[in-house]
Design a protein around this ligand. Structure first.
Ligand SMILES: Nc1ncnc2c1ncn2[C@@H]1O[C@H](COP(=O)(O)OP(=O)(O)OP(=O)(O)O)[C@@H](O)[C@H]1O
Length: 264
């Protein structure tokens, strides 16, 4: 369980940690998110969609890296329109980008503590928070190794640790399971379920099994919009024997995309 400050026990002023209405976000010249309506509560939300659906662009907008080009986006009860002060949102946000940058000469511990410090965590809490994040991604035995000496899967776990070190209220993970071996993926799904107990987590993935194992809610995106939303069980029930896929969830995912007009 994350540590809870007194301020956090006060009633929240918003119904949804993430609330988007007719959201549009540009990626270069493409309107990659194009009229998306989305409401996310506490829990683990899996984001599925074919290549180019707009998943990364949506996550970048929720991470306040890309500004909305239209529509409304409220994060943790705060507006994100041009000119808004985004600092409060960013302090409460944990983000693992698809390609995350790091300092190769830092040790795991130095990097995680540095990220906690960047999130303005009080100095006296940084060491313990860093250790806890390292433990949660099972990297304790590598804590004093330099990042440049780690495998791809270990680096991904460092990326997850830096996203959760400051106990954010909103966690955004873009393809976190890429490079993880099967045992690491199982550990990661357990961690996701634990974090989602009191936090809003959005995870984009190409692995449909991640969604059935760890998510309480699934969002399917295609062509910049949400085309389906429901529980993993509802997604599985959507698929029929003729839908492509190796599992009920994959067949349900294919059916959701088929209803939306295919993989394109
Ligand atoms: N910097 C950019 N300049 C121009 N077009 C872009 C840029 N980044 C993304 N796009 C386009 O925006 C659309 C959405 O891309 P995005 O990366 O958000 O999709 P995605 O669902 O994350 O895809 P993938 O599953 O392949 O990672 C695609 O058509 C992509 O080609």
């Amino acid at each position: 369980m994350r540590s809870v400050s007194a301020a956090e026990t006060a009633p929240t002023q918003y119904a949804w940690p993430v609330e988007a209405e007719d959201l549009k976000v540009r990626a270069g010249r493409t309107m990659a998110v194009d009229g998306l309506d989305l409401r996310l509560s506490t829990g683990v939300h899996g984001l599925l969609g074919p290549n180019g659906a707009g998943k990364t662009t949506l996550i970048r907008a929720l991470a306040t890296v890309l500004p909305p080009a239209g529509g409304q986006l409220q994060l943790l009860g705060r507006g994100t329109a041009k000119g808004s002060d985004l600092r409060e949102i960013r302090r409460e946000l944990g983000y693992l980008p698809q390609h995350f940058g790091f300092y190769p000469r830092f040790t795991v511990r130095e990097f995680i503590e540095y990220m906690a410090w960047l999130k303005e965590m009080p100095d006296r809490q940084v060491t313990a928070a860093g250790q806890r994040a390292i433990d949660r991604v099972a990297l304790s035995s590598h804590a004093d190794k330099k990042l440049k000496a780690l495998s791809g899967g270990m680096l991904r776990r460092v990326g997850i640790a830096q996203a959760i070190v400051h106990d954010p209220r909103l966690v955004l993970l873009d393809e976190p399971t890429v490079g993880l071996d099967p045992a690491q993926r199982v550990g990661f799904r357990d961690l996701l379920r634990e974090i989602g107990g009191d936090t809003c987590v959005l995870v984009s993935t190409h692995l449909v099994e991640d969604v059935s194992a760890a998510c309480s809610n699934v969002i399917v995106m295609a062509s910049g919009r949400q085309v389906w939303q429901g529980t993993p069980a509802q997604l599985s029930a959507l698929g029929g024997p003729d839908d492509p896929g190796d599992s009920p969830t994959e067949r349900g995912y294919s059916a959701a995309l088929g209803q939306a007009g295919g993989w394109g």
